[in-house]
Design a protein around this ligand. Sequence first.
Ligand SMILES: NC(=O)c1ccc[n+]([C@@H]2O[C@H](COP(=O)([O-])OP(=O)(O)OC[C@H]3O[C@@H](n4cnc5c(N)ncnc54)[C@H](OP(=O)(O)O)[C@@H]3O)[C@@H](O)[C@H]2O)c1
Ligand SMILES: *[C@@H]1O[C@H](CO)[C@@H](O)[C@H](O)[C@H]1NC(C)=O
Length: 367
Amino acid sequence: MATTKPSPVAPFQTTWWQWIEYYYLLMLHGGFPFFWWIRPHWKPSQMGDKRGTVVFITGGNSGTGYETAREYYLHGATVYIGCRSDQRATDAIARIKKGGRCNMYGEFEYETPNAAKVGTIEYINMDLSDLDSVERCANELKGKVQRLDMLFANAGIMATDPGQFTKQGYPLQFGTNTLGHQRLISLLLPLLKQTSRETPDSPARLISLSSVGHVFAPRGGINYEAIESRTELDKWAAYGESKWGDIALANFVNTHHGPGSPNAIDGEIITFSVHPGVVATNLSRHLGGVEAMYKLTWLTPLYQLQPYDGALNQIWCGEVSVAEARRMSGSFISCFQTQCPARPDLKNKVAVDRMWEWCDAQARKTE
Ligand SMILES: NC(=O)c1ccc[n+]([C@@H]2O[C@H](COP(=O)([O-])OP(=O)(O)OC[C@H]3O[C@@H](n4cnc5c(N)ncnc54)[C@H](OP(=O)(O)O)[C@@H]3O)[C@@H](O)[C@H]2O)c1
Ligand SMILES: *[C@@H]1O[C@H](CO)[C@@H](O)[C@H](O)[C@H]1NC(C)=O
């Protein structure tokens, strides 16, 4: 007998004017340079001395992650970058140590760092599309550090061709962007909480890189049926789903461990999800056809940001004062340094909890 399983996720109710407000803000604060009056109101030169601060950045060898790693290194932090390619990680670290800033055309501008101010930088091999590799990376990091002040879940892929799956057989975009990061965050959660217990005046922060593109996610956010049956979504819907997931990860941690949450007693974690802007990085270099508007020309600066401007939002989330960060914890930050509404169904705590638990269950399968 055929039965239909009732969905445990109630549909999210919202009014039409909320949707209009929401799309309007997303466009305006999407980081398109032609809205010229939407400008950054913060710069990394305002960062203080970061000595003693331990930072882990996934995908720190390219784009916004590279710029984030560079700024923290130049300001004295102990920086680890998680990268899937040893070669690209080594190259990036060499450039960072020489103070190289990468522009949208992939050209480096070098400014010799102040040797008295810089911190340390190392990489840990980590492939987010392999849950075992993520686990090895988390263990390696735990063996190297006593605390973790900031975790930037930054690495990502976008609109990759269908037909690709992770090592454990999940659709590549969701598997990399969301599931891989969920495993990492969940393994590092005790260390983040311990850090907050030891220094309650500067609690640990989780900064999850999402995108305004999370609006392309399927209804309800994640299509579990499609994932489990290896049915492919459209490549942009799959990107949207994975970026919806990245906001859900931050929201989950905020609800359960954020300021004022029940588990904050044994260490609170401040969380942000971030849209970096429309940034000319390696993320879109593989796109062709109509999407070749991404090809770099002298017109590019009219509609895309420089990688170092695209990194401003996430670095700011790490640097905004503790009082303000506590107040804003759990919010979605868009261009520039502005709280924006995320898709209304992300307020559905049942859907967000379900995603986290579904991811945890996948990890148990591989044990
Ligand atoms: N650029 C934009 O306009 C834009 C807009 C919205 C959101 N975002 C988000 O911003 C984040 C950073 O992107 P970006 O623009 O800086 O792109 P990027 O230059 O392509 O950097 C992405 C980083 O993620 C790493 N990565 C990809 N797959 C990985 C895997 N399986 N394991 C480990 N690392 C992996 C890449 O490593 P490799 O170098 O080895 O490939 C690279 O270091 C992403 O999460 C993206 O979704 C970007
Ligand atoms: C893109 O990747 C290349 C090769 O790894 C790297 O040299 C370059 O810095 C990257 N671009 C950006 C904007 O980070």
